[in-house]
Design a protein around this ligand. Structure first.
Ligand code: BGC
Length: 712
């Protein structure tokens, strides 16, 4: 039952509650430890056991804040709630590969529903960092290398979560691109480049999703911790973008009281991992001495209340024990995976013939489940396989395989074929079996985790060698990649087909099998470029993890490390390859289908309100399928590189045609002018290119623009 008073805005309601709160009640919300049992300290009464808990104020009808991770489902870090079931969504990269904002919203709703039913009202979701470093350990939690795609997908995911009365964060603000040394690394990047890339992704995500909270990263930005970075928090986020929600630090990422508070940080999270509970006694003292005005404390609390009211978390308080339809949610996760698996190569090997008599599935634990990424976002549905992983903030976290068995799914999908399985450890045995099989399906894996970057871009040697050996004895060898991001493929020319299945989540194996046998027509498109080698990257060398510190709460080793992202600036990913005229292994936006699509009649119409483009897409093949139209913009005759300026996914029956209309995002057309503090669109002629990937020119139209400036 709702007891919402009529006609009061979230701001007005927040103000009324704020006026009634005592100073003790306010400070109780500004700093808190992880809400897991720590040493001899029991959980606070009422805490469910999760990332954070802040007490209720029963006399004012305000529920406790119970905060849980993350974007890919409701995690139970280190198994703190043993036996707690949850649906594991596919990795963020897979979600972005769908190029389907509606899918982001629906899967966001799923996470919101499960969080709500478990009693959580704040979900630490909305990973929106750009993939600047393809070896980054948390790339599977993020979405893409492109600001528009990232912003749109993150925004819709957040909107979905919040529609279930659960506040979502966006994180980790900003330029938090790698895990090695994450607590001591300074991401150095000029303002203009940042505004056009990493900040733009967050800006679009916030516009669409209206996230109730923002979490700065562990890193420093241009030499200042993100959590006390006045430029990021006060100037850009709260100033230019008019952000109304609250800013909570990452866990153990607060470094001061007055400085952080005055720079725009509202809450110190995971305070037990910091040197001090900065936002408790030290902040009270700073207020007493006049260094921090009381009005700033009120602003912090008002922001929290406003966000809780805005999503309905106070009118509809979450309570543990709600019903969750896990079967329906698993199916939803499967549908997501079916749209986001990318077919990278197909030398007429797929779909596998229904009449195949004998198939061989190879891969570590491919009989048990599909691989998942590790760390705070790791979701563990009941039945997951747990292997030793990493020690994470003092908690042992496992390497998880979600209970969706590729072997079983392939058996179920293959009809009457005999399906053998081998883990791959016994090379002689597996090559013998491969010789007898009509096709070999190799499930390759690459595990990444929070706090743990990939070292290089290669699968391990055993897998690379085994793939070549299998391809040598069976020409129908299909590689399915379960990876945390791009990997190199030294065997690419030898194998018949390659699927990027990312970490595909609770319904992942069924989705893979569906694509392999053609029940599903693949429609994912790469949200990241796959480099041909590390040498193509702006920063080919990686920091040695042994020389630095990647965990909060432990003594810091070595100095602050600076990473120069001005090398590529805002030309992240495909724009970098374009600028440096390098050919990556696979381009951003690329993905094959079992059908063909014709495109014609690209028209670009600048209206007063917006620039629109349209084209006709026809499914010219024999299977139903989905196509993704990508529009890139590039000033004519200039050394600028293409930028994704709009995209649309469309489903078409065989022979069906549709006019697809797209609206171009003005901020992608513009460049940031630091001296004017404004976006500038340069006068002149532009190419609008409809492409099947970042360098493809399938159709082209001209757009002439007048000079234009806009600011906040
Ligand atoms: C992660 C955050 C997460 C938090 C709480 C941190 O280690 O960086 O993304 O929300 O832990 O679990």
């Amino acid at each position: 039952m709702s007891n919402k008073p009529l006609n009061l805005t979230p701001d007005e309601r927040a103000e009324l509650v704020l006026q009634a709160m005592t100073n003790e009640e306010k400070f109780a919300w500004l700093s808190g430890p992880m809400a897991i049992p720590l040493g001899d300290e029991p959980l606070p009464e009422g805490a469910i056991g999760s990332a954070a808990y802040y007490p209720a104020i029963p006399r004012l009808g305000i529920p406790a804040m119970q905060q849980s991770d993350a974007s890919l489902g409701v995690s139970a870090l280190g198994n703190i709630r043993p036996g707690d079931n949850a649906t594991a969504l596919a990795s963020g990269l897979l979600l972005a590969a769908t190029f389907n904002p509606q899918m982001a919203e629906e899967t966001g709703k799923l996470v919101g529903r499960e969080a709500f039913a478990k009693g959580f009202n704040v979900q630490l979701a909305g990973g929106a960092n750009l993939i600047r470093e393809p070896r980054g350990g948390r790339n599977f939690e993020y979405l893409s290398e492109d600001p528009l795609l990232t912003g749109i997908m993150a925004g819709h995911s957040v909107r979905g979560i919040q529609s279930e009365h659960v506040v979502s964060t966006v994180k980790h603000f900003a330029v938090n691109a790698q895990e090695t040394g994450r607590v001591v690394v300074s991401s150095d990047l000029s303002e203009a480049a940042m505004r056009e890339s990493d900040l733009l992704a967050f800006e679009i995500a916030l516009e669409i999703g209206q996230a109730g909270a923002v979490m700065p990263g562990y890193n420093l930005v241009n030499g200042t911790w993100a959590s006390e970075n006045d430029f990021l928090l006060n100037k850009v986020l709260k100033g230019d973008w008019g952000y109304q929600g609250w800013v909570m630090s990452d866990w153990g990422a607060t470094h001061s009281a007055a400085k952080a508070a005055l720079a725009g940080l509202d809450v110190q999270s995971g305070a037990n991992l910091d040197k001090q509970a900065w936002f408790d006694k030290p902040l009270r003292e700073a207020v007493a001495s006049g260094e921090v005005p009381q009005a700033r404390i009120d602003d912090m609390v008002r922001r929290i209340l406003r966000s809780l009211f805005a999503v309905g978390a106070i009118d509809y308080p979450a309570r543990p024990g709600g019903d969750i339809d896990y079967m329906a949610h698993r199916l939803q996760a499967q549908r997501e995976a079916e749209q986001g698996i990318v077919l990278l190569k197909n030398a007429r090997a797929l779909p596998l013939p229904k009449g195949a008599k004998r198939l061989l599935v190879v891969g570590a634990h491919a009989d048990a489940g599909v691989l998942a990424g590790g760390g705070s976002s790791s979701v563990t549905p009941v039945g997951s396989l747990r292997l030793p992983g990493v020690d994470f903030m003092g908690i042992a976290t496992d390497k998880i395989y979600h209970p969706s068995s590729p072997l079983h799914a392939i058996r179920a999908e293959s009809g009457s074929a005999e399906v053998d399985y081998a883990s791959g450890e016994d090379v002689r045995k597996v090559t013998e079996l491969a010789q007898k099989a009509d096709a070999v399906i190799f499930i390759a894996e690459e595990w990444r985790s929070e706090a743990l970057d990939a070292e290089g871009l290669a699968l391990n040697d055993e897998q690379n060698q085994l793939i070549s050996k299998l391809a040598a004895v069976n020409k129908n060898t299909v590689v399915v990649l379960e990876t945390g991001g791009p990997v190199t493929m030294p065997w690419l020319d030898e194998v018949a087909a390659v699927l990027a299945a990312w970490y595909p989540g609770s319904g992942g194996a069924e989705a893979i099998a569906g694509v392999l046998f053609g029940r599903v027509n693949p429609s994912g498109r790469l949200p990241v470029s796959f480099p041909a080698s590390e040498q193509q990257l702006p920063n080919p060398e990686q920091l040695d993890p042994a020389t630095t510190t990647s965990m909060p709460g432990v003594p810091v080793k070595g100095d602050i490390v600076h990473i120069n992202y001005d090398i590529e600036g805002s030309d992240v990913g495909y724009r970098w390859y374009s600028r440096t005229q390098q050919t990556p292994l696979f381009r951003f936006g690329f993905g094959l289908s079992y059908t063909t699509f014709d495109w014609r009649d690209l028209k670009v119409t600048p209206n007063a309100a917006a620039i629109e483009a349209s084209l006709t897409v026809t499914n010219s093949g024999e299977r139903a399928g989905a196509d993704v139209v990508q529009l890139y913009i590039q000033p004519k005759n200039k050394a600028y590189v293409p930028r994704l300026v709009a995209f649309a996914r469309t489903e078409l029956a065989p022979g069906e045609s549709r006019v697809v209309t797209l609206t171009l995002e003005p901020k992608v057309i513009a460049c940031w002018d630091t001296t004017q503090s404004a976006w500038q669109i340069a006068q002149g002629d532009y190419d609008i290119v409809a492409g099947r990937h970042a360098e493809d020119v399938s159709l082209q139209a001209n757009l002439t623009l007048a000079a234009q400036q806009f600011s906040y």
